[in-house]
Design a binder for this molecule. Structure first.
Ligand SMILES: *Cc1c(COP(=O)(O)O)cnc(C)c1O
Length: 396
């Protein structure tokens, strides 16, 4: 038995089967490259679902983390620590907002925003007690908690997990008319991914997000942009919303915010929104811990230079050009260094297994879609090579 087969057997014997990983066991990573326990190297075109926008083992992030590890890692929010203010200040500035509420996982940021939007609805908008509603888009992915799966339309996410949390209305993604029709006096927020990542990098139709923004403003409804996957450089801008000239009321960030080193998420908004929370009403033991704040600040500083965004935009242009020539595809959608490729005649899983044998890691999304999200630090030659492997695999 190879080391890989042996290790996969041990994983399956000891952990819950809530994932179906490709048959590879990774042990090291640098930049866009990872190595498995049999010593084979792969180009990582998933980048931890965009948590690894800055690649594996970024020197700057590692040195900040090492230094903070030796100094102070956790205080709980029962006390102040000297890494929170800088993180809050610099992240709020990057987003053009006032306040930051740090959490850990993306799902926690979404849950936090739901609570804040409801409280804002009752205390600021004047919605009668217990009536607040939030409008979401079909095909969404916002996380895995019981409340969040309550408004998922993916049967895998929901089956056997009810009863569900009420208070959500789903409208088709891309249909501004349907969204406008769903807004009532009780609607407190629209929660939306500007680009739907898990759905297969689904881009909004022209003018859609601007229409959503206008409808939210007219009806006094908060626009919450879930940029947990689309944000922080992935699309060639700091936020995907910028491509569509839309400024939401609330940004949800996660994944890349922790630099691939620590779980770190945040709700970023204006004072009149996040200001509704009072002590004791929300929190997290690990949220805003010194280690995460130190790493998060280093991530924000990288983005403040504009360099990762520029690189994603430049490489993204090349990427889109290369993907145009792929054989056996129905549609390719790209924005920055992010692509959804709909293949024909094969499952996405099958293509990803073929890619694995060719030394490229990617992940299928729904059925016949492959999602590609290389680290923004990938070398142009490596990107070209990876797409060449994909073309060869699709031709095979
Ligand atoms: C990944 C993701 C989440 C959930 O983040 P977790 O850290 O896995 O909880 C929420 N929203 C979007 C758009 C995501 O891509």
């Amino acid at each position: 038995m190879s080391a890989t087969t042996d290790e996969i057997g041990r994983v399956e014997a000891s952990t819950a089967h809530n994932y179906h990983p490709l048959p590879v066991v990774l042990t090291e990573g640098r930049g866009a490259w990872v190595t498995d326990i049999d010593g084979r190297r792969y180009l990582d075109l998933l980048a931890g679902y965009s948590a690894l926008n800055f690649g594996h083992g970024d020197e700057e992030l590692l040195s900040v983390a090492h230094e903070q590890l030796d100094r102070l890692t956790l205080t709980s929010r029962a006390f102040h620590h000297d890494r929170l203010a800088t993180f809050g200040t610099e992240l709020a500035e990057l987003a053009g907002m006032d306040l930051v509420l740090p959490m850990n996982t993306g799902a926690e940021a979404v849950e936090t925003a739901i609570k804040v939007a409801r409280k804002w609805g009752y205390t600021v908008k004047g919605v009668p007690a217990g009536r607040a509603r939030i409008v979401v888009a079909g095909g969404n992915f916002h996380g895995r908690t019981t409340t969040i799966v309550s408004f998922s339309d993916d049967p895998d996410a929901t089956a056997d997990f009810g009863p569900f949390t009420p208070g959500f209305d789903t409208v088709p993604f891309g249909d501004a008319e349907a969204l406008r029709a769903a807004l009532t006096e009780d609607t407190v927020a629209v929660l939306i991914e500007p680009v739907q990542g898990e759905a297969g990098v689904v881009l909004p139709p022209d003018g859609y997000l601007a229409d959503v923004r206008a409808a939210c403003t007219t009806h006094d409804v908060l626009l919450i942009a879930d940029e947990i996957q689309s944000g922080l450089g992935r699309t060639g801008r700091t936020f995907a919303c910028e491509h569509f000239d839309v400024v939401p009321d609330v940004y949800l960030l996660g994944k890349a915010l922790g630099g691939g080193l620590v779980p770190l998420s945040a709700v970023v908004s204006r004072r009149d929104v996040l200001g509704v929370l009072r002590p004791g009403q929300h929190g997290s033991t690990f949220g805003g811990n010194p280690l995460a704040c130190a790493v998060g600040t280093a991530v924000v500083r990288k983005l403040a230079t504009g360099e990762p965004q520029r690189r994603a935009a430049e490489l993204g242009t090349i990427f889109a050009e290369l993907l145009k020539d792929l054989p056996a595809v129905r549609e390719v959608r790209t924005l920055g260094l992010w692509a959804g490729v709909d293949v024909v005649g094969r499952s996405g899983r099958d293509v990803c297994e073929g890619l694995l044998r060719r030394g490229v890691l990617a992940k299928d999304a729904h059925g016949s879609t492959i999602r590609l999200a290389p680290p923004l630090v990938i070398e142009e030659a490596d990107l070209r090579q990876a797409v060449a492997h994909l073309a060869d695999e699709l031709r095979a």
